[in-house]
Ligand binder design. Structure first.
Ligand code: F3S
Length: 387
């Protein structure tokens, strides 16, 4: 591949992987079972990014491995005017390019719902929340890759053997103990934001009670946003044998006061104000999450005036969940496919954002300067809908 036998784009892709591997001291390259491409939003990468992709994907290499792709900057369902439609032509050029080499047009950040990774399986995934879920919940091995490297892995089927691909690097250095059970996504998000800020190495997390996948994915997404964590070893969840343990480990106890202080520092009170965006679906909602939401909102009449209630879900669900989507739309909830507010551009402004995602809180408040309130799904629905 490196010699150019399979063509210039494959040689260029291999050169990128080899170079990164050399810089990181990798002893070899390895095959990967699934690539997830990130960094495909035209709003984020613009014409320079698109031109780079055209160069790399030039005259048609094919993907060598099962490859999925992250959300775009437009609603691929086409029904919502909130997202800037002037970005449509550029985004469609990117999508066409990716699909022409065999990338599955799923446009979602929860690729593990479409193909569940196996313990110890090597992956090359971009998208921080997906990487954290793959490593921490499924026990797969992946670093957090940038967009160009994921494309290079897709067309070579390889990545470099370094970082979280190596068992010896998957060793927690901090024991984080939470006395209380993780009650909902808001608490999970706060814990994730706190761990991301306070713990600078791989944590081992213990908490009281059980938490569902929705809570765990909010926790991992939040920690990956505030602290770039690609792996949190979770007691009773992370498969045995996919991480190492050392005897001496620093201990950190988290109680309500720590979470309260994190909430006060990050979040506005959960109240409506002016024109409000209620946003859920970061990370994208899975079928189970959607069914849970449908059951919850069925008890309400509709969304209050002056509130734009947005849910984002994978494009791969387009056309297959119409019964559920109809219920949501009948209540005034907008459902967007294959996109999210963080990788897109809005056509209107909001006075406040309510969300159940710590990752959204992090990006929209810290990076975009918006006023954001964190709450559980149940509390947000209670505030923004009327009976
Ligand atoms: Fe997914 Fe967008 Fe959140 S890509 S993880 S919904 S920021």
């Amino acid at each position: 591949m490196l010699s150019g036998y399979y063509g210039e784009p494959v040689a260029l892709a291999m050169k990128i992987i080899v170079k990164v591997g050399e810089v990181l001291g990798a002893e070899k390259l390895i095959k990967v079972g699934h690539v997830h491409i990130s960094g495909v939003s035209y709003s984020n990468i613009g014409e320079p990014g698109l031109r780079f992709m055209e160069k790399l994907l030039g005259p048609g290499p094919e993907v060598k491995v099962y490859t999925t792709v992250n959300p775009t900057c437009i609603d691929l369902g086409g029904g919502i005017d909130l997202f800037d439609k002037s970005l449509l032509p550029g985004q469609l050029r990117i999508n066409k390019l990716l699909e022409s080499i065999g990338v599955k047009p799923v446009y979602t950040c929860i690729p593990y719902v479409l193909r569940k990774p196996c313990p110890r399986e090597h992956l090359a995934w971009g998208e921080s929340n997906a990487v954290a879920v793959a490593n921490s919940i499924y026990g797969a091995y992946t670093n957090r890759e940038g967009g160009p490297l994921t494309i290079a892995s897709a067309i070579t089927g390889r990545t470099y053997y370094s970082g979280l691909h190596v068992l010896g690097n998957r060793v927690p250095r901090y024991m984080v103990s939470v006395e209380e059970p993780i009650l909902d996504e808001a608490m999970a998000s706060l814990l994730g934001l706190y761990i991301g800020e306070a713990v600078k190495d791989i944590p081992y997390l213990r908490y009281g009670g059980v938490a569902g996948l929705l809570q765990l994915k909010e926790l991992l997404a939040s920690a990956a946003a505030s602290g770039s964590h690609g792996l949190i070893v979770i007691d009773g969840i992370t498969p045995q044998g996919t991480y190492g343990m050392e005897e001496r480990i620093e201990k950190l106890v988290v109680d309500w006061s720590v979470l309260r202080e994190t909430y006060d520092r990050w979040s506005e009170p959960l109240e409506l104000e002016g024109y409000t965006l209620a946003y859920i679906g970061c990370p994208h909602y899975s079928l189970n999450d959607i069914v849970h939401l449908v059951k919850m909102v069925s008890r309400y009449r509709r969304v209050r005036d002056n509130v734009f209630f947005l849910l984002t879900i994978p494009y791969s669900y387009y056309g297959s969940l119409d019964g559920y989507i109809d219920v949501l739309r009948s209540r005034g909830i907008h459902v967007a496919y294959g996109t999210c507010p963080i990788v897109s551009r809005f056509t209107r402004g909001f006075d406040k954002v309510l969300t159940n995602s710590g990752k959204v809180l992090f990006y929209l408040s810290r990076l975009h300067g918006l006023r954001v309130s964190l709450g559980s799904l149940k509390d947000i629905v209670e505030v923004v809908m009327e009976k």
